[in-house]
Ligand binder design. Structure first.
Ligand code: HEM
Length: 423
């Protein structure tokens, strides 16, 4: 049964609030039950929260475009100092996640082959070796931050290796990745916005110089292949190499998307293992349950809580009129807990009983995540080996003290103090 519509309750939903990511789910539930298409008058954004309506938007890129410049949407705009730094960089190119058909498909066709099951075989030893070496270094029976010790260094190492950027070191790659992730989070301070502009410029310059170097001295990495790639423009039929703007756009998306999201899923998983002692034992005794554990984690954690789309025409969605040009934010995290699909135990990690309907954590349709299989490989390898190596896990702080990053649509723990007893 629906709750009665209550504007005050609905406005308690404010994804731009500092602490929104600490407890988003009750807000989503209310919106699903009273206003699954909700125009937030403060931000002029339509939030879409039910499974069916999220799917309707994502399946219809002609009506709902991805050409939204998230970087420019910072509250209050970009400070002049950030704009000045940006002006020294490469003009932005629309390639994959911020682009529509037909050129979107041309770029995705270039990148998708790196992440096919066949190619993933090449990443397996890197993932295995990094998981093993991180586990070996985990402190035994003393409190430490799992985010810093494990969740961050696994994906950054793997994507750094895949791209061919390891010479910059995990710490710098992570600082660059954080800068991009913060920028699309819309909620940065002025000082941070300027810092982000500088980090972005440095990263893009490094990427271009690597591309130049790898044209003469190619290696087995994504940078070498993209630097040598040719595309045929769908409009003019002309075949040419990628320009620097296109190269940095593609490489940046792979660096950030392949990193922050997997980090946040790893942290969310360890939080659950540390809060429920039966889970660790179960995964150790039944490693065949790890894949389902990973899918349930992705569903419940929804590291990408939502995505922007822009209406290309006057339209209706869920009975609401949406004018051309309106911004929508589809909340994948809410779709993933929709009672109509996930039942009354929609908030529970479900390893038994009926198979769950497909979650939306990797999106759907033409923008479906290109790195889904790579992140699944990392998550399965990590939790299989953690279950083997860790006898017991507990939180080292009261659960209510855990904090999530302030961000408009990525959700992840800032830190996860735990105490693990190793086997
Ligand atoms: C748990 C891990 C991950 C999650 C939850 C995730 C989530 C998503 C989502 C929701 C989208 C769709 C965006 C949209 O429709 O606008 C997406 C797209 C994308 N993801 Fe992931 N991702 C993950 C890991 C990765 C990895 C490991 C990589 C790269 C190696 C990656 C690269 C991309 C790229 C390039 C796109 C854009 C695809 C397109 O626009 O066609 N992601 N991801």
């Amino acid at each position: 049964m629906s709750d009665p519509l209550n504007q005050e309750d609905l406005l308690a939903f404010d994804p731009k609030a500092d602490d929104f990511m600490n407890h988003p789910h009750e807000h989503y539930r209310r919106l699903r039950s009273t206003a699954p298409v909700f125009l937030d008058p403060r931000h002029d954004i339509y939030f879409v929260t039910s499974y069916d309506l999220v799917a309707e938007v994502m399946r219809d890129p002609k009506r709902f475009s991805s050409r939204v410049d998230r970087a420019a949407m910072r509250e209050g705009g970009l400070p002049q100092a950030a704009l000045d730094i940006r002006a020294q960089g490469f003009p932005p190119a629309l390639t994959m996640s911020n682009n529509d058909e037909p050129s979107h498909d041309m770029y995705k066709d270039l990148v998708a082959p790196f992440f096919t099951p066949r190619n993933l075989g090449a990443f397996e030893p890197v993932v295995e070796q990094q998981v093993a070496s991180l586990i070996e270094r985990l402190p035994d029976d003393q409190p430490f931050d799992f985010v810093a010790a494990f969740s961050v260094p696994l994906p950054i190492h793997v994507i750094g290796h895949a791209l061919g950027m390891t010479e910059y070191g995990n710490d710098l790659l992570k600082r660059w990745s954080d800068a991009f992730a913060d920028e699309i989070g819309l909620l940065t301070s002025e000082e941070r916005a300027v810092e982000i502009a500088q980090l972005t410029l440095d990263c893009h310059r490094a990427m271009v110089s690597l591309c130049d170097a790898r044209r003469d001295d190619p290696r087995e990495d994504i940078i070498s292949r993209l630097a040598a790639a040719e595309i045929t423009d769908p409009q003019h039929g002309e075949t040419r190499a990628l320009d620097n703007s296109e190269l940095v756009s593609l490489l940046t998306q792979l660096l950030v998307a392949g990193n922050e999201t997997t980090t946040n899923t790893l942290s969310g998983g360890m939080r659950r293992l540390a809060s429920d002692p039966t889970l660790l034992t179960r995964l150790r005794q039944k490693p065949e349950d790890v894949p389902r554990f990973v899918e349930e984690l992705l569903r419940l954690e929804s590291p990408v809580q939502g995505q922007f789309r822009k209406a290309t025409e006057d339209t209706t969605l869920g009975g609401e009129d949406i004018p051309a040009g309106a911004l929508l934010h589809v909340r994948l995290a809410s779709a993933n807990r929709d009672e109509a699909y996930f039942g009354t135990d929609n908030n529970t990690l479900n390893l038994d009983g009926r198979q769950q309907p497909p979650h939306k954590s990797f999106g759907m349709g033409m923008h479906f995540c290109v790195g889904a299989m790579l992140s699944r490989l990392e998550l399965k390898t990590a939790f299989t080996h953690l279950a083997e190596a860790v006898e017991s896990a507990e939180l080292a702080v009261p659960e209510e003290e855990l904090e999530y990053h302030t961000h408009f649509h990525l959700r992840g723990l800032e830190a996860l103090p735990v105490r693990l007893r190793m086997r």
